[in-house]
Ligand binder design. Structure first.
Ligand code: ATP
Ligand code: FE2
Length: 326
């Protein structure tokens, strides 16, 4: 069973191909990078529309297949930016109809979990999903992936990107903040906002920018932001693990590429006698392979969708999905 998955929730148009056993045959990623400023949904959607056909063909070619080998098409149904989601959905529908194969729309957040399960060897983890638009602590319980904690305002990656933009570090500032933080040594005071199991980042962002106006070194600001927000994420992840009694933690999302975050979560896991798993870099970021794989799991468990069921859902929540494949 060959599944082709199309990801398009935000800045990335990705197309991946997977086989029924979870092996990734190809995973082509084309990311929209705004020339200046932040991500504008319509510009990103235009980018996706421009590149979609080419990325689909490239992914098929890298998998060493032809389009007629595809047995199932899946796509990211949400959550995400409306214009971007609609491009991915339209591409998926046209392809499925053209090839005469079934189509399945999937939840993007759950796709991050399942590709982690398939490729890292963990079985029943607590997922810390830390990306641009999303920050959630999720685990499986009683038929659903439940959200144990999440951001009350913006995603952790968006916060890093906004700080980076204001401080002139360019778009997609996570990696640059990580690099600067290595040179920082003074822990500056930032609000530590854990509220119950939830976290919030906008106050930290404002405080970090104020520190810069007061003349603090960029390196110390980067260091302090990382130490503070990653400690918050580690704390809520640990509490979720303790609460639900799981001894595996899986990282997902673009921010999971950060070595300091891995270090903190890894140490927490070790102290609890638990194990941390991190998918390959290209499977951590937004990608089509994870969408293909979740589509394959869902279809394999009997999920069927008519074209009329494939409307995109900008606010599609992780815990709305009945997990039929476990
Ligand atoms: P979503 O998954 O919510 O749709 P997204 O598409 O923005 O959001 P990803 O592609 O998973 O998310 O990740 C992009 C984010 O990861 C950006 O905010 C980027 O700054 C951040 N990021 C990438 N590398 C690092 C790093 N080394 N350290 C911290 N953050 C990073
Ligand atoms: Fe994502």
């Amino acid at each position: 069973m060959i599944t082709l998955g199309i990801e398009g929730t935000a800045h990335t148009l990705g197309v991946g191909v997977t086989d029924s056993d979870g092996s990734v045959l190809s995973n082509v990623i084309d990311m929209f990078r705004p020339v200046s400023g932040g991500l504008h949904p319509r510009e990103a959607a235009n980018h996706h529309a421009d590149v979609a056909a080419g990325v689909i063909l490239k992914s098929i070619e890298e998998a060493g297949l032809s389009l007629h080998d595809v047995d199932l098409v899946s796509f990211s149904m949400g959550p995400g930016l409306g214009p971007c989601l609609r491009v991915a959905a339209t591409a998926a529908r046209s392809l499925a109809v053209g090839l005469g194969v079934p189509i399945v729309g999937v939840n993007h957040c759950i796709a991050h979990i399942e590709i982690g399960n398939a490729t890292t060897g963990c079985a029943d983890p607590v997922l810390l999903y830390a990306s641009g638009g999303n920050t959630q602590v999720v685990a499986y319980s009683d038929g659903r992936y439940r959200i144990f904690g999440e951001t009350q305002d913006i995603g952790v990656g968006n916060m890093l990107d906004k700080i980076g933009r204001e401080l002139g570090l360019g778009f997609y500032a996570g990696p640059e903040i990580e690099r600067l933080a290595l040179e920082g040594d003074e822990l500056l005071d930032l609000p530590y906002s854990v509220k119950g199991m939830d976290v919030a980042f906008s106050g930290i962002m404002t405080a970090a920018l104020t520190l810069r106006k007061k003349g603090r070194r960029l390196e110390d600001i980067a260091f302090s932001v990382q130490e503070t927000v990653f400690a918050m994420l580690t704390e809520v992840t640990e509490r979720a693990m303790a609460h639900i009694g799981k001894d595996e933690v899986l990282l997902g999302g673009g921010v999971a590429q950060n070595a300091r975050l891995r270090d903190m979560v890894g140490r927490m896991a070790k102290d609890r006698g638990a194990e941390m798993f991190v998918p390959d870099r290209r499977l951590c970021m937004d990608n089509g392979a994870m969408i293909a794989w979740l589509g394959s799991l869902m279809h394999g468990s009997g999920v069927r969708m008519e074209l009329g069921d494939t409307k995109v859902r900008q606010r599609f929540r992780t815990d709305e999905v009945q997990v039929t494949w476990r």
